[in-house]
Design a binder for this molecule. Structure first.
Ligand code: GTP
Ligand code: MG
Length: 196
């Protein structure tokens, strides 16, 4: 799929203030620093469209980006950032929960996982919560430029095993590197394939 235009529309903390209408949207979630905002920039080929940082906790709002004047990519705050303090964490949790549960336009939530890490409880629990609430999601393993093919396969297999302990079947799984642009076509094609 070709990205002809990508424009920032609005940032906010309140799902009720997100853009009106029926345009489908695809959102990115995952732990702080996993690479959500970088992936949006990579997919749209617009450096700096979504703000990124080496430090976790950069994105704190729901950010809508209108793509090809037809559908939205949505950047969300990360979960699990320890240094944000109890109140801050609770705030972020509320933003994420209300968006995920109260946004009928959400067509697929992409759950980003850092391919370098072993399966993490916080991510597995988050996906279980998505299942309980019947939220459609797919997994994207990020930062695949950072490890060898061998390690990547090993880590993917570990993840699949853990997922199959709770899930009857695996969700769609995609791979990405915002550095090398690996996975760009696959992710855009996947979005196109489920676009209503
Ligand atoms: P929060 O907004 O804090 O939740 O983080 P985020 O998930 O949006 O992460 P962000 O895109 O800001 O990226 C975090 C750091 O990881 C930045 O330093 C990025 O340059 C780096 N990064 C993101 N994706 C990749 C990738 O695919 N490869 C490599 N090597 N680095 C990446
Ligand atoms: Mg971010």
């Amino acid at each position: 799929m070709e990205i002809k235009s990508a424009e920032f529309v609005i940032s906010n903390t309140d799902v009720r203030k997100c853009p009106e209408g029926t345009r489908p949207e695809y959102a990115f979630i995952g732990r702080s620093n996993v690479g959500k905002s970088s992936l949006i920039n990579m997919l749209t080929a617009r450096k700096g469209l979504a703000m990124t940082s080496q430090k976790p906790g950069k994105t704190l709002l729901i950010n809508h980006f209108l793509i090809n004047k037809e559908w939205f990519l949505v950047d969300l705050p990360g979960y699990g950032f320890a240094q944000r303090g109890k109140e801050g964490r609770e705030n972020i949790r509320r933003i994420i929960e209300s968006y995920v549960l109260q946004r009928p336009q959400l067509t697929c939530l992409f759950v980003l996982l850092d391919c370098r890490h072993e399966p993490q409880k916080i991510d597995l629990e988050f996906m279980e919560w998505l299942g309980e609430n019947e939220v459609p999601f797919a997994i994207i393993f990020t930062k695949i430029d950072k490890i060898s093919r061998g390690r990547l396969t090993e880590n993917l297999n570990k993840y699949k095993e853990r997922l199959l302990e709770t899930w009857e079947e695996l969700p769609p799984i995609l791979l990405s590197s915002s550095e090398t642009k690996d996975g760009r076509e696959e992710i855009l094609d996947y979005i196109q394939s489920i676009n209503r």
